[in-house]
Every structure is written in structure tokens, then in C-alpha cells.
Design a protein around this ligand. Sequence first.
Ligand code: ACO
Length: 323
Amino acid sequence: MGLRITQTAYYVPPKVVTNDDLSQLMDTSDAWIKSRTRIEQRHVSTGEQTSDLSLQVAQKLLAESGWTADSLDFIIVATMSPDYLTPATAAIVQGQIGATKAMAFDINAACSGFIYALVQANHLLQGSYQRGMVIGAETLSKLVDWHERSTAVLFGDGAGGVLVESSPNPQVGILAEDLRAFGQDQQYLTAGYQPVQNIFMSSKPAGNPYFAMDGRRVYYFATHEVPNSVQRALKKAPLTGEQVDWWLLHQANGRIVEAIANHLHQPQERFLTNVASYGNTSAASIPILLAETVAQEKLQRGQRVVLSGFGGGLTVGSVVLTY
Ligand code: ACO
């Protein structure tokens, strides 16, 4: 059984914040941001929650595929910025679209979240499940300290997703996967700390609710562990880098993508990027890029793709798939 991606869609909130807009709010510049990250603008929610962005994607997926909501067996939302700790964002979407037969749960593996979710979907489809929806959605703007220039310029809000179904053709879908976690390095990228606070405590606990990041450590991690992860997945497939048509990596920073392409000795033009338009949208970045690539008719049926995410945890996740 293979996992067939039958439909892709994305949605971003309408408000655009350019680098020049940010330079009015903090001591930064378009030149600094572009040269360090390749980011030119990001979309920021002015009220839509993560479940609202997810719902937009879910409705587009259903409208464009013709699938009915009650034909779905599962909904998975990958997010590190859910509306609530409970209910899960996926459950909110499930209720709103009326997917009465679907189970629903969230996955948090930060910027690797969509890949982790896609792999779980693949395993469900190997079992008794036939059809599912996998969404990556984030409102990172609520986790950003907008006075902290070293992180504020990097992130954006958005959502993307896919419909998947089990296919009898074993040549279609995920040929190999590689998921890893590096929890010993978790302190290099944190956001949304929620310390215990209750009536039995005399003092209010300290804690940073916003992004805190050792940028250089994360940069080093990404440029080393993504090539390692991709190479493990390619070896399992088994394929060589030359047999891959398109590389769609997490869009954290254009320089990271360029460095990974060099590390893997593969041509830059096959590494697709849209970080200039959206910034880093964590779990949403790969499905947004995938949906754009399909809409632009760059990605054709039968082509081989590497998807790879990396980020908080620290985590990394890669899949090699035939689209
Ligand atoms: N504008 C202007 N100057 C800035 C800004 C800014 N927005 N931010 C930092 N600077 C300054 C610093 O203060 C520093 O000044 P100093 O030399 O006087 O001390 C200088 O610029 C250089 O700062 P560095 O941090 O060394 O810059 P670097 O070249 O490493 O780039 C960056 C920083 C872009 C964050 C880079 O390290 C990076 O991309 N790291 C990876 C980050 C990442 O991908 N994170 C997301 C992971 S995904 C997830 O799970 C959410």
C-alpha cells in the first residue's frame, strides 16, 4: 500500500508585514534581513486563530477534491501554536467541517511537524484507514516578542495541507522515512514556556513565553542534521540524490537551504523556496511550498520528491516520496 497525495492547498492571512515595516518597529533593516535569511515579507494574523487557518485549508481541500467530509477517517494537524492545549486543533477542524467518522489529533514536532504527521498518516494508511487530511498550521506571531529583533524578523503565520489516501500501487507515496529527535539540545530553540503555577505555590514562576533561540546553534544543526537525515532516507529508498526531481525543505532561512544543497552536491534550482514571501511558518512551511509547487505545475505525477523539516526539539524529519 502506498500513500497517495490527492490534493494540496494552502492559506495565509491577508496582512503582509514587510521588512521595511519591521524596521519602523525595531532596529533592523531590509538589507540585514534579506542578506541573513532571504526573507522579504511575512503574513501575520490579525485575529484568525490556528484553527481558523486550518479550516480554510480543510475547506479548500474538500472543495477542490470533491471529497465529502464524512469520507475522512482521520485528521492530523501539525502545530506548535494551537488555539488550546485541549481541544486539539484537529478536533476543532473535524467538528467544523463535519467529518463525523474521522478521529482527530495534533502533533507537535515544531518545524518537523508536517513530516512527522505525514509519516503517521502513512502508517495509518498501511492499516485499516483509507483516507485522511494532514495539515500544518501556525500562528507564530503570538509566540514572537515583537521587541526582540533577533527572532521577530524570522517568523510568519500560515497553513497548508494535503488529502491522502491508500493506494494499491506500492510505487506511489512514501518510499522511505527518517525521523529523529535531539532532546539534549532542546534549549537552543524554545517558545511558549508554561511553568506550573497554582494556589499551592507562594511565588510566581519565571519563564519566557516567547521564542528564544541560539540562532547559530540552530543554523549549524540544520545544515548538518538535514543532510544526514536525507541521506539516511535516500539510502533506505534506495535512491541517489541525482534521482530526486525536487527538494522541498522547511523554509526557515534561504541560506540554510542553499547550504544544504551545497552539502548534498545537488543543484540549487531543484531546491524550491518561498521563504521570501512567508518567512518561517514552522509546520506550515512545507505544505505551503508543496501546494504552490503543485499549483505551478512544477511537480508532476510520478516525480520523486524529498521533503525535510527541522527545528524545535530539536527534531529533524525527512521523507522520500513519489508524487
Ligand atoms: N537586524 C539587525 N541586526 C540584527 C538582527 C536584526 N533583525 N538580529 C540580530 N542582529 C545583529 C546581532 O545583534 C549581531 O550583532 P553583534 O555582532 O553586534 O552582536 C549581528 O546582527 C549578527 O548576529 P548573528 O546572530 O551572529 O547573525 P547570523 O548571521 O548568525 O544570523 C540568524 C542570525 C538569521 C538567526 C541565523 O543564525 C539563522 O538563521 N539561524 C537559524 C535559525 C532558524 O532556522 N530558526 C528556526 C528553526 S525552525 C523552528 O523550529 C521554529
